[in-house]
Ligand binder design. Structure first.
Ligand SMILES: [Zn+2]
Ligand SMILES: [Zn+2]
Length: 159
């Protein structure tokens, strides 16, 4: 176990995602020039590490681009980050599980039978929440279609 955590620590420190010249250290990105948001094409000032229109973090991966696109598509307000409940500009979106952990274990692809990858839209100021199915495995769709209901077993839902 000690080896594992040491290894992941080393990996986390040496394999930083590099995307279009923007080096991203976890939550905060170092950006030394004005940039264009990959999701909504807004020109963003170099002093911001997040897009002010959709919240995309400079240099984040393609799963994050997908998530932000879904946030914009599901927006009930004129501004994508405005909460429909409290009207504050504090909406955010997050996968229920890291996509890399959902699709891959180690370097091998994972066999997914029924587990759904969800995106959760939530407000940082109030209790607003919305759950969106991002990826539903074919077997789960078949089960729903044939049985006219969803899987009940919590154990099956996780495989
Ligand atoms: Zn944007
Ligand atoms: Zn709110």
């Amino acid at each position: 176990m000690a080896f594992c955590s040491l290894r992941s620590l080393i990996l986390a420190n040496h394999f930083l995602p590099v995307n279009m010249g923007v080096i991203c250290y976890g939550e905060s990105a170092l950006v030394d020039y004005n940039w264009t948001c990959l999701v909504c094409n807004l020109g963003v000032d170099k002093s911001c590490d997040k897009c002010t229109r959709c919240g995309y973090l400079a240099g984040a991966n393609s799963y994050e681009v997908d998530a932000r696109n879904i946030l914009i598509k599901n927006s009930e307000s004129e501004h994508a980050l405005d909460c429909p409940k409290c009207a504050e500009r504090h909406l955010d979106i997050k996968y229920n599980k890291e996509p890399q952990k959902y699709y891959y274990i180690g370097f091998r692809g994972r066999q997914i039978l029924f587990e759904i990858l969800y995106l959760n839209i939530f407000c940082n100021k109030c209790s607003y929440k919305k759950e969106i199915e991002f990826d539903v495995p074919v077997l789960r769709k078949l089960f729903r279609w044939i049985m006219k209901r969803d899987i009940q077993s919590e154990r099956l839902k996780r495989i």
